[in-house]
Write a protein that binds this ligand. Structure first.
Ligand SMILES: [Zn+2]
Length: 249
């Protein structure tokens, strides 16, 4: 079997675990125990129910026992994680960045969906990500410890200033989230990624207000935008920064 397919399947399996994280972490439940069950009838999901994407399609998105509809979030997260893992493999082959960004991508996806649903990014997620990012910078030399630490300080510091300036418009969860990203990709990429996310957010926000999908006072969650900006930097960061300099100079 081609390695790309294996990596996609692996990603979708990780994605089904991320669904558990997204569902249970904000509720303060254990993400390890008990095993997954139907939210309505409590029926424990068997091995076959746990096959990503395919089980959802086969059962037309319903519980086999009580017929309750499962959220489209489940197959979406599985598919998205599989796709991102595959894209990371295409970009980095099996280099150290590939493995580290698998972790970062998983954190980005979890934070994005939790932020959409609950308007928070849990401390458990950001703290464990920061610890992982800093310690992997000590162990591998992909960006080095100092650059990771600078990423932490500048990513978090930049959003802290925004949070203070916005007087509560932005949560402290976003600040920790940006600090976490900084430990993986360093200060420059983090900074540009946040700017990119904010730009995309403004365009989308204005479009949504103009088309009356949302009111002018509705809050657009910033976490998913930071996550999107970060992914753009991971995949196209060098070209984006080159483009920027070619415009400025
Ligand atoms: Zn059920």
């Amino acid at each position: 079997m081609e390695l790309g397919l294996v990596i996609f399947i692996f990603g979708s399996i990780v994605g089904s675990f991320l669904n558990v994280v997204i569902y249970r972490l904000p509720a303060g439940k254990s993400i390890v125990f008990p095993p997954s069950e139907c939210g309505n009838c409590g029926h424990r999901l068997g091995f076959l129910d746990l096959i990503p994407i395919i089980s959802y399609l086969l059962q037309k998105g319903r519980c086999r026992h009580c017929g309750t509809k499962f959220s489209i979030q489940y197959p979406l997260v599985e598919f998205l994680t599989g796709l991102l893992f595959l894209a990371l493999y295409w970009k980095f082959n099996l280099g150290i960045e590939f493995y580290l960004y698998l972790v970062l991508a998983s954190l980005l996806i979890s934070a994005t969906f939790i932020d959409f649903k609950h308007q928070i990014i849990p401390n458990k997620l950001t703290y464990s990500g920061i610890i992982f990012g800093i310690s992997s910078s000590l162990y591998f030399d992909h960006i080095g410890f100092r650059w990771a630490l600078l990423g932490f300080l500048i990513g978090g510091g930049f959003l802290l200033l925004v949070a203070i300036a916005s007087r509560g418009g932005m949560g402290v969860g976003d600040v920790k989230f940006a600090a976490l990203i900084g430990t993986f990709i360093g200060p420059t990429q983090t900074f540009v990624g946040i700017i990119l996310g904010a730009l995309i957010g403004s365009v989308v926000g204005i479009a949504l207000i103009v088309t009356k999908q949302i009111g002018g006072k509705d809050r657009i969650p910033f976490g998913p935008l930071i996550a999107l900006g970060t992914l753009l930097m991971i995949f196209f960061g060098d070209s984006i920064i080159d483009l920027y300099w070619s415009i400025v100079l």
